[in-house]
Design a protein around this ligand. Sequence first.
Ligand SMILES: NC(=O)c1ccc[n+]([C@@H]2O[C@H](COP(=O)([O-])OP(=O)(O)OC[C@H]3O[C@@H](n4cnc5c(N)ncnc54)[C@H](OP(=O)(O)O)[C@@H]3O)[C@@H](O)[C@H]2O)c1
Length: 329
Amino acid sequence: MYQAAENRYENMEYKRCGRSGILLPRIALGLWQNFGLEKSLEEQQEILFHAFDLGINHFDLANNYGSPAIGKAEENFGLALKAGLGRYRDELIISTKAGYTMWPGPYGDWGSRKYLMASLDQSLKRMGLEYVDIFYHHRPDPETPLEETMGALADIVRQGKALYVGLSNYDEQEAKKAVDMLKDMGIQCLIEQPRYNMFERTAEDGLFKALWERGVGCICYSPLAQGALTDRYLHGVPEGSRAAKKESTIGGRYLTEDRIDKVRRLNEIAVRRGQTLAQMALSWVLREKAVTTVLIGASSVKQLDDNAACLKRLDFSKEELAEIDRILK
Ligand SMILES: NC(=O)c1ccc[n+]([C@@H]2O[C@H](COP(=O)([O-])OP(=O)(O)OC[C@H]3O[C@@H](n4cnc5c(N)ncnc54)[C@H](OP(=O)(O)O)[C@@H]3O)[C@@H](O)[C@H]2O)c1
């Protein structure tokens, strides 16, 4: 049975999530990849337990995480809870989501009340939980009336199946409408989850500002561009890396020649700062005042240690930020 490290809260930093009672760790761990059939349960649990020992008490899931993408990560996370992590349930923030294809037919996708309610019930069963801390709508649905989707989120909170709700992949305009609508229903949206990293900065165009003004927290996913913003691919594609996998989600998008050249130049700045490139990429995301947390993935305990150490150097000089901007142009 897993027993957590007694000093687990000593080195992590926690930041208030928007205008709410919740403090989130500045680094959270997501279970999108590495937590399905691709890794042994022992390896998965080693990573999850080590994360909690580091003070990473927020774990992010979705109905379609893990391989196969039909609840495997939730199932495996439920096993980790049973193996000891669950003793600390009241110290954990566990999130899940629905919004992408989960089951056949017209009710297993997008944003209907029917889908969201059924999917959350399935997620709770797979994880062996009575409630999640955060339930997200995973992506905006252009066809379902927003009133229906937000109404379902509000009712999920009222039913006690989620303590808070969040939005993911909503752009500035969509987020403004949804957050304001939830507010009219008496529910404060806790958090938005956009993609944000040095290569993908759309959130800077208005989303961050809108969230900040509305007191909504922000947790940025793929802060390492799935591993591209680390030293992992500086000398080709190593065996066992995400890019080496058959159904890789990273290749064409991040590992172009132009981007690898940028990564090399960014790496030089990181070295000067006394950080690894992964650490600098995370510190850079955390520099934004609207950002509560970076939501990382990790395939090893070593990566967790490397990433957690970004907190030792969060500050950037104006010159460093300008140099980074010039490289990224
Ligand atoms: N809401 C959404 O639509 C959405 C979409 C995507 C992700 N997410 C969430 O965000 C989480 C993180 O996404 P992500 O996995 O793309 O994040 P990421 O942190 O950008 O990438 C994680 C990957 O980078 C590599 N890595 C991590 N630390 C490293 C280090 N120190 N040195 C070298 N390589 C390192 C590992 O890949 P290797 O396997 O190569 O070791 C790891 O699996 C997901 O688990 C999920 O919870 C949400």
